[in-house]
Design a protein around this ligand. Sequence first.
Ligand code: ATP
Length: 307
Amino acid sequence: MTAALEATGLGRRYGKHWALKDCTLHLPAGRIAALVGPNGAGKSTLLHLAVGLLGPSSGTVSVFGATPGDPKVRGDVGFVAQDTPLYPDFSATELATLGTKLNRRFDRALMLERLNGLNVAVDRPVPALSGGQRAQVALALALAKRPRLLLLDEPVASLDPLARREFLQALMGGVADEGTTILLSSHLLGDLERVCDYLVLLQAGRVQVLGGVDELVAQHRLLTGPLWTRDAGSINGVAAVVRQSHTERQTTLLVRTDDSAPAPGWPDPQWTVSDVSLEDIILAYLADAGAGTLPGPRNLHRVGGSA
Ligand SMILES: Nc1ncnc2c1ncn2[C@@H]1O[C@H](COP(=O)(O)OP(=O)(O)OP(=O)(O)O)[C@@H](O)[C@H]1O
């Protein structure tokens, strides 16, 4: 099946600075993917490359097998940029009219019904709406294109918790029946954990972790036991130590394994093994840019010395 988004060795440079470097990823169609990474990791740059607003400095990027911005796929991609910029003096109704004029596929009724359902005043100029309502207008506008791939750059960052929940519900409701692929950039890990089934984690312009959430959660375990002082990057060369912390008597290891077993040769009865959440996994990788970098668990013996 053609990927909704595919990048190979993708890079983008500003002067001498690489905002994105050697980025290789595959986002299968139908996934709702979280795009996470620290400030400046390259998330917005990746999204702008995917929508065709920026061109690559190296490598390639494609959406549904075509170059972003190509008329063949332009109508298939919806984009909500950071801070949801909208034409300032227009109301939602006027934006819907504009959308209809610019795009034959634009579903004006869908946009206005969605906003009326959320009690957004569709005839008020957009600047007179609240931040949450403006975000809903931007999402409704993007969804009315009926895109096959929807790219969202921190769309909920400025929203209060209730508006955020409404926005995410609207997002899920909007795509549930359509099978739309979504790539959603956010720093709000709890929100991402609720709605996403795929993870793209960028660190310093490179892909550090990539894969289905269920698979990633099954591959990671928290091991807690007596103080373990060996400075090893892996256990038995099979389970990579992503993160370790120590107290005087106890060690906690977050490990990644090839399969759902915590680590071959374990558990040692002195150690307890527990499941981890997606948020735990993301935080562990964010804390260490070198941890468990791609290509993934099958090459873990390269991560470090054996315990
Ligand atoms: N127009 C530009 N000119 C020069 N450098 C830029 C430009 N846009 C981005 N950068 C740099 O590229 C890097 C990646 O920026 P980008 O906005 O893609 O990161 P991000 O992951 O979206 O960050 P944030 O989470 O803060 O929004 C940063 O170091 C940034 O300073």
